[in-house]
Design a protein. Sequence first.
Length: 278
Amino acid sequence: MATKLSELIFGAFPDLRYQPTSKRVRADINGSPVVDTQEALLIWVPKRVTPVFAVPEKDLLVQLELPASPGEDSAQDEYPVRLMGEAPPGLDPRTGFRRHTAHGEELDVATSTLTAPYAAFRPSDPDLEGYVVLDFGAFHWLEDDEEIIGHPRDPFHRVDIRATRRRIEVKFDGVTLADTTGAQLLYETLLPVRYYIPAEDVRLDLLEASPRRTVCPYKGEARYWSFPGSDGGRNIAWAYDSRLIDAQQIHGLICFFNERADLFVDGEPQQHPVTPWS
């Protein structure tokens, strides 16, 4: 019997998952080195959608200390997410590091000048003996000699970009916001197709710049626009900066959440996908 691969991925959400990486992984905090290793693991703790790094304790350049007090991780917000209608609920990257869903102990990371509280976690799983998981957001990270942002890249997650000459129209509340035959289609694992449109084909005069910024380890930092006067139009469009060469086909292009905007391809209305951004 054939197996749908997404079902295997979704079926593993409740499990503690790991995969070795051959990249040199380094981290620092305020310029102080934290780790330098070529034996890092990518770790997906139960229910997490995106990975973080686990590193060998022997390669740490800092001290691990028991916290002065256990603290309360319940104060951290939890952000459940369901990537697709068929997917089980998971936790997206906004969920704080201290929402631990695996057994283990919390630790502080101490340099000679400062301490990052609760920034390390030693899992009790025997397959991960000798490793600690580090809070990605607490440190500045490099893979080889390149900075990475957001979270480590998932080797089983793919982004493909393809040009299309089909006519793409975007409307919101009956107002045409974009009309182009020069779009770039972005296909990303387990996410809906995104339509990136040249800025000259977007009615930016009808949109307002937003202060919102987000980061994606595959595409860069995004800035946003809103359609004024509508809650559903808040932060409805975005564009990425040009820091990551992998996404150069969409640099400077603008995309709309087709979960909320109405999208037409060669005049045919497209269904609104159901995602965390609906």
